[in-house]
Design a protein around this ligand. Structure first.
Ligand code: TTP
Ligand code: MG
Length: 353
């Protein structure tokens, strides 16, 4: 019987800022913040690690950040860019497991206990995922690997940015004592304020309280805190959303433009997609689609109602319908399917009813 869970926590580094620096390399090596330098919404979304050395932080008023770091470069957020990067990252996650709990646009827990990737080594998977994120988005992420959510989250913070930290069982009780309490996820404002008044800043500071003490001070959450302070956490990784689509997208090293190349690349994507689809045998498919991105970064998606066939020819026909006969240079081709929502299954009118 399997007793030990395998959980990876992944968190992109200075996410919005990293995307902007990737897209404008002249910003490299300089303090960068995302947010407007003034205006009514004058707080920062985030900043890079160079800016953090000056004390600049997320959610800090811009004027204050400017005082701390006069050379700070402010960049206006462009959420579409971050969403696009985030989707790519979550798509990579989904190749390793279905049990993904997205916490925010740049952060998720992955339960990889049943994954057959990397000979079921969670550490190896975490490294591979980080490498793939870097290759496919040009961005770094940090990972924590352990047997529960609390510890994997602590791990991803530990060697940030661009780091990994593995917390295997054993000596956790000792290790966790010196970890800042701010690394505990889900500490709300009220709890945080109480902790401040009691001078609780590290997990070890909670050790002097009994479970009953903590329940008296923090209410129901007190029992959890007692366990967390000892590295115990029985929460499951909860898949928050049902998968709506499954797709495979490949970006090419060199743009392609001949029919032969298009066919080959489409076949590649189709083969990968078909193999991944095997895991979703019980899901009904609503439609299938092809996505094409051109070298000028414009993109198009052509979708058709599923007619019971997922053959390569169906996808090829779809692509050619959109492309016509003159092919502009293409940098990405993807194939995918959209699933019928699980709770709408009952409303399906089947053609043979
Ligand atoms: P975080 O993961 O908290 O921060 P980060 O990725 O910028 O930095 P770190 O290396 O410490 O992980 O948040 C992810 C993104 O969410 C962040 O880049 C910007 C956005 N965000 C806000 O817009 N406002 C906020 O107050 C916070 C905390 C984040
Ligand atoms: Mg982050």
């Amino acid at each position: 019987m399997k007793t030990q869970k395998k959980i990876i926590h992944l968190d992109m580094d200075y996410f919005f800022a990293q995307v902007e620096i990737r897209d404008n390399p002249s910003l490299k090596g300089r303090p960068v913040a995302i947010g407007s330098p003034d205006g009514s919404r004058g707080v920062l979304c985030t900043c890079n690690y160079i800016a953090r050395e000056f004390g600049v932080r997320s959610a800090m008023p811009s004027f204050k950040a400017k005082q701390l770091c006069p050379d700070l470069i402010f960049i206006k957020p462009e959420f579409n860019k971050y969403k696009e990067a985030s989707e790519k990252v979550f798509n990579i996650f989904s190749e390793y497991t279905d049990i993904i709990e997205g916490i925010s646009i740049d952060e998720a827990y992955l339960d990889v206990g049943d994954s057959d990737h990397c000979f079921n080594s969670a550490t190896w998977m975490a490294q591979e995922i980080r490498q793939r994120i870097l290759k496919e988005t040009g961005l770094t992420a940090s990972a924590g690997v352990s047997y529960n959510k609390l510890l994997s989250k602590i791990g991803s913070e530990y060697n940030k940015p661009n780091g990994i930290f593995v917390l295997p069982p054993g000596h956790i009780d000792e290790f966790i004592k010196n970890v800042p309490i701010s690394n505990m996820w889900g500490v709300g404002k009220v709890t945080q304020e109480k902790m401040n008044t009691l001078n609780i800043s590290q997990f070890g500071d909670l050790h002097k309280y009994s479970k009953l003490d903590l329940i008296n001070i923090f209410g129901n959450h007190g029992a959890n805190l007692y366990n967390y302070a000892r590295g115990i956490d029985n929460r499951a990784v909860e898949t928050s959303r049902e998968r709506k689509t499954l797709s495979v997208e490949n970006t090419f090293y060199e743009d392609i433009s001949s029919l032969e190349e298009i066919k080959l690349k489409l076949l590649d994507a189709h083969t990968q997609m078909s193999s991944r689809l095997k895991k979703y045998g019980e899901r009904f498919i609503k439609s299938n689609f092809v996505k094409i991105k051109f070298n000028d970064f414009t993109q198009t998606t052509v979708e058709t109602q599923f007619d019971g066939q997922l053959s390569f020819e169906v996808f090829l026909e779809l692509a050619l319908k959109r492309l016509g006969d003159s092919f502009r240079p293409i940098r990405l081709i993807g194939t995918g399917v959209r699933f019928v929502s699980e709770d709408k299954k009952g409303q399906l009118v089947l053609p043979f009813d």
